[in-house]
Design a protein around this ligand. Structure first.
Ligand code: FAD
Length: 387
């Protein structure tokens, strides 16, 4: 039984062995992705300072490479580029290049002109000193990937099915309950994204997962462009931009972090736009683009995703309850690989990811929840340093 049909739940369902009977329950309506997956601009960057995340991302990208739905490709390896505007950041990019060498990821250090030429609509040569290009990074249509995985799996997907209870026999899971039905279960996977703590609390389990709000804006629609623009990040300004083909998008972490209290989550991973706080951050982000390409904002998204005290997923078994598994705080970037890692754990198979134990959900056991949340929020601004 998988609780949550976002990219993580669908990836797990698609990779569980065919002889296992799998049901995926989601509180959302049919055909709509109301969780974070439905809101992500979808950068998949392979390099991470934490090696297990690089491996999860690499495995995810390999899974996504082949996926399409109704003729629409789910993943496009357009590449990614990090832009430096100061000598200090340029030096950091050189360190990142060494990390890429160790990870075996193709990359190129570039001068200002070479960097700006990769994405002339987005990179202002006047604000660029150097760049680092990652050839195997890409952009995901997370909804397409999720739909394709859902189709590939043999699982039964039940929509409009909010889980309100998890039943135990002794210390073992035995069933999952919605308001109208009870589903017997030998294993239950929490793939419930930002709602993970709420679902875990149904069986008195605590997980240090903090939902945070994050601004992303879209420009007006334009004629579809065939340009294969890499995803652009400005690490020192905590800003990123994507060419969606028919419009540009811009996101920023350059603002005070905004945790979303659990009782304000509602049923979608979207919150009202908070006004000035995000407007100011978006204004600063927009100023990084070449002057002629700063766009009027056609759509504002205040999306919600999960953070943890070390920016790593919570993946693995709950030690106190047999048959209960966690698969939360997982980005699109890692979802396919994380799902494979979890399936291997569940099936007692040797892991493709030797360090997967580092992600176990009980690694913060006994620590002060307020301190854990503060640690998670401190990582918000530099999220792209480690993702
Ligand atoms: C604005 C924004 C930008 C982002 N940018 C990127 C990016 O560039 N790259 C990247 O890799 N990631 C990005 N992310 C993060 C990424 O979107 C998420 O980490 C990922 O989609 C999480 O997938 P999930 O399946 O765990 O969660 P979700 O997609 O949220 O799915 C969880 C599902 O669980 C269901 N659920 C919850 N509680 C219950 C219940 N009680 N009963 C039944 N169902 C339940 C929900 O309805 C939901 O469908 C971004 C997110 C946002 C919001």
């Amino acid at each position: 039984m998988v609780i949550g049909a976002g990219i993580v739940g669908a990836s797990i369902a698609a990779q569980l062995p065919e002889d296992v009977s799998v049901t995926v329950l989601d509180q959302g309506p049919s055909g709509r992705l109301r969780g974070s997956t439905g809101h992500a601009p979808g950068y998949v960057g392979l390099l991470n300072e934490v090696p297990v995340l690089t491996e999860l991302a690499r495995a995810s990208a390999e899974l996504y490479d082949d996926l399409e739905l109704d003729g629409v490709q789910g993943f496009d390896r357009v590449g990614g580029v990090e832009v430096a505007s100061t000598p200090e950041t340029a030096a950091k990019l050189e360190e990142r290049a060494e990390l890429a060498v160790r990870a075996g990821l193709p990359h190129r250090l570039l001068d200002a002109a070479g960097t700006a030429a990769l994405a002339p609509d987005l990179i202002d040569p006047a604000q660029c000193l150097a760049g680092l290009h990652y050839a195997q990074d890409g952009t995901a249509r997370a909804g397409v990937i999720t739909g394709a995985l859902r189709k590939r799996s043999r699982a039964r997907f039940v929509d409009d099915a909010a889980v309100v209870g998890i039943e135990l026999r002794g210390n073992r899971v035995s069933a999952v309950r919605t308001a109208t039905e009870s589903f017997p279960a030998d294993d239950v996977v929490l793939a419930s994204g930002i709602w993970g703590s709420l679902v875990a609390s149904l069986v008195d389990q605590r997980i240090p997962l903090t939902p945070v709000a994050h601004p992303y804006v879209y420009g007006p629609k334009r004629a579809e462009s065939a340009a294969r623009t890499p995803f652009v990040r400005w690490p020192e300004q905590h800003v990123y931009a994507r060419d969606h083909g028919d419009r540009f998008g811009l996101g920023t972490y350059d603002h005070a972090p905004q945790p979303v209290p659990l009782d304000r989550l509602g049923r979608t991973a979207e919150q009202p736009w908070p006004g000035e706080l995000f407007d100011d951050a978006v204004g600063r982000a927009m100023a990084l683009l070449p002057e002629a390409n700063r766009f009027p904002i056609a759509e504002r998204l205040n999306g919600v995703f999960s953070m943890t005290p070390d920016n790593l997923p919570l993946l693995g078994a709950f030690p106190d309850i047999t048959g209960l598994w966690s698969a939360v705080a997982i980005w699109v970037t890692s979802a396919g690989g994380a799902a494979r890692g979890l399936v291997e754990l569940m099936c007692d198979k040797p892991s493709s990811f030797p360090d997967v134990d580092r992600l176990r959900p009980d690694r913060f056991a006994g620590q002060d929840p307020a301190d854990l949340e503060a640690r998670a929020l401190r990582l918000y601004r530099d999220i792209y340093a480690s993702l």
